[in-house]
Design a protein around this ligand. Structure first.
Ligand code: ADP
Ligand code: MG
Length: 643
């Protein structure tokens, strides 16, 4: 008795999309189905940890790929966990993961890219319909009786059927009834080639029947013996010297769903209090959800080659959540849970080892980012020059994608703060590109300069044109320009670099220390003294807006600017928090005026003193990216003066 079921609406829609948008990348269906077979075997191995009887009498897990030219079918069989009828209905008829809509909205029309997406969103099974006009799945769940098997059939339009069958072997067969234009898959060579390309990293044996040339028939015929057509060993367990770059890259693409090659990778056996194998990759491109701090880490955990879990967040700190790879340890218990992972001392040691490894991979990339020059370049052999050229610019690429997240590490990983600080790059008043390291800055510091100066702003243009920079520009002192939202937060954890304090130019009184000569200091003091009565009046006029008003030497061309006290939130951060709907403490800025400026000089005895005072304040606010509290009043005041 077969039963009719309708696909969940989303599935129907998806099926249509998949078959119409991926036909030029047909081959990927095999990767997806083999990946499901391999997942099913992983699941069996995992469940069998607690119940070895699930292996029944077939403990060797494997995948078989078989075709039948006459019936025009291609069958992928595994002896993994299998499905009960209820599971088949659920797993092959609905899409549980909310990612589907996301997947569909991200289809770009570029079939190559879209093909990469499909496995990422838990919809791989349906790719079978790219090449098949009907799919039959026969399955029996491990542990159930032979009569409790299921047959699932669908032609990939709105509905599917299921019925109970008897199936002696545990596991699943996916039988593809190939479309007329997909007969190329009835060919051993073709299938083997696809398996080699996409599925070589699968640690299970993938078997195909051998073939022999039949002289009489004038064609190849299949034999009864099977042979393994993949490497069938987990890549990370093989010695480094036996693995080609291409294999490393293919493995990365398979575990990351990234179609671009990684920037670099590192493969090690780590020995110490706990032993493990570590294979870590630095991607070239950030994933679309990099921003999500809840996003799970990209590292898979294996214990004695048994797959335990994806996204093992305990193995990587949050700021390195974009690293992809595999950790395999023989020293962890097989039944390790997420909770246990969080608490285990061994896991902590692995996480620390991983962190150090990633930081040193980054340091290595950073050290090769610029091509050697002069003698250093001449010394290199042709081979080394080629390598240097290939490595140059990689760190800049990395930083453009992941630099912002790396900064989170300043607040998260105190033990490695210094190493992280060295890896940071910034734009500055001497460089529009984000390429200045703190070490570069330090090396360029002026004689007598006692701090590393920086400014935070919403945009590079706002940072560059900020009045607070005027005196620094005049004296030729470099200022780092920071425009990432996390900068201020992150920098609050970094008080100094290599013994030099970091100082925001928009906070506290400007103290150029030895950079200001005695005459300048004297002149500033005298100006302040002479200006005192005006200052007092300004304070009274602006008492609701400004915490204080004082004379400054940081301005050259602008009449006034706003600063906050050391330790206060900057105006910019307060604005950001407000925009994000978060409660920010009310920051009352300090108005600093340039006593030499023509406009400021006019204040003394001006008939519209009060208007001018407010205009000065509001303009200073505008100049640093804020808005006057009462824009209409501001306009009125300006107009009164203009008239
Ligand atoms: P995903 O593999 O990302 O979950 P798929 O569309 O590839 O998404 O597969 C959907 C689900 O169907 C799987 O999660 C699994 O529960 C079930 N499934 C598919 N193939 C098999 C198989 N060979 N053995 C057991 N279950 C399978
Ligand atoms: Mg899948």
């Amino acid at each position: 008795m077969s039963q009719q079921h309708a696909f969940q609406a989303e599935v129907a829609q998806l099926l249509h999309l998949v078959t119409h948008s991926l036909y030029s990348n047909k081959d990927i269906f095999l990767r997806e189905l083999i990946s499901n077979a391999s997942d099913a075997c992983d699941k069996l191995r995992f469940e069998a940890l607690n119940d070895p009887s699930l292996y029944e009498d077939a403990p060797n897990l494997e995948v078989r790929v078989q075709f039948d030219k006459d019936a025009k079918t291609l069958t992928i069989t595994d002896n993994g966990i299998g499905m009960s009828e209820a599971e088949a209905i659920e797993h092959l008829g609905t899409i549980a993961k909310s990612g589907t809509r996301d997947f569909m909205s991200r289809l770009s029309g570029d079939q190559k890219k879209d093909a990469q997406l499909i496995g990422q969103f838990g919809v791989g099974f349906y790719s079978g319909f790219i090449v098949a006009d009907r799919i039959t799945v026969e399955s029996r769940r491990a542990g159930l009786k032979p009569e409790q098997g299921v047959r699932w059939t669908s032609s990939g339009s709105g509905a599917f059927e299921t019925e109970a069958i008897t199936r002696a072997e545990r596991g699943t067969s996916v039988i593809l009834h190939l479309r007329d234009d997909a007969s190329e898959y009835l060919n051993r060579w073709k299938l083997k080639q696809i398996i080699g390309k996409y599925s070589d990293h699968i640690s299970l044996p993938i078997l195909m029947q051998k073939e022999e040339w039949d002289k009489d028939k004038g064609e190849y015929v299949l034999l009864a013996d099977w042979e393994v057509v993949n490497s069938a060993s987990a890549l990370w367990t093989r010695p480094k010297k036996d693995i080609s770059d291409e294999q490393y890259i293919d493995f990365y693409k398979n575990i990351s769903y990234d179609q671009e090659a990684p920037l670099t990778w590192s493969h090690n056996r780590v020995e110490g209090s706990i032993e493990y194998t570590q294979l870590l990759y630095i991607p070239a491109k950030a994933p679309h959800d990099l921003w999500n701090r809840d996003k799970k880490a990209g590292v898979k955990l294996y214990v004695k080659r048994v797959f335990i879990m994806d996204d093992a967040e305990a193995l990587m700190p949050t700021y390195l959540r974009w690293v992809k790879g595999v950790i395999d340890s023989a020293d962890l218990p097989l039944n390790v849970s997420r909770e246990l992972l969080q608490e285990s001392r061994d896991v902590k040691a692995i996480r620390e080892g991983n962190t150090r490894r990633v930081l040193s991979m980054l340091e290595d990339l950073a050290s090769k980012d610029r091509l050697p020059t002069g003698e250093d370049w001449e010394r290199l052999s042709d081979e080394e020059k080629k390598q240097a050229e290939a490595d140059a610019g990689k760190y800049a690429r990395f930083y453009a994608e992941f630099g912002v997240v790396l900064k989170e590490g300043l607040g998260e990983d105190f033990g490695n703060r210094e190493r992280i600080a060295k890896l940071l790059r910034f734009a500055s008043t001497q460089s529009d590109t984000v390429s200045v390291s703190l070490a570069d800055y330090k090396a360029r510091m002026k004689e007598g300069q006692e701090a590393i100066y920086y400014i935070t702003a919403d945009t590079l243009a706002a940072a560059k044109n900020s009045p607070q920079l005027e005196v620094f520009r005049k004296k030729g002192i470099e200022v780092l320009l920071m425009t990432d939202r996390v900068d201020e937060w992150a920098l609050s954890f970094l008080h100094e670099f290599d013994g030099i304090p970091l100082q925001s130019v928009a906070k506290g009184a400007v103290d150029l220390g030895k950079l200001q000569d005695e005459a300048e200091k004297k002149a500033a003091e005298q100006a302040a003294e002479a200006f005192k009565p005006v200052l007092e009046r300004l304070k009274t006029s602006l008492k609701d807006k400004a915490k204080d008003v004082r004379v400054t030497s940081r301005l050259v061309d602008s009449p006034a600017c706003l600063v906050v006290e050391d330790g206060d939130y900057s105006m910019q951060l307060a604005r950001l928090l407000k925009q994000a709907g978060q409660k920010a403490p009310e920051v009352k800025p300090i108005l600093e005026v340039n006593a030499e400026h023509a406009l400021v000089r006019k204040l003394d005895g001006h008939p519209h003193f009060d208007d001018l005072a407010h205009i000065l304040f509001d303009q200073a606010l505008l100049a640093e990216g804020g808005l006057p509290e009462d824009p209409a009043a501001y306009v009125k005041r300006v107009n009164a003066l203009l008239a």
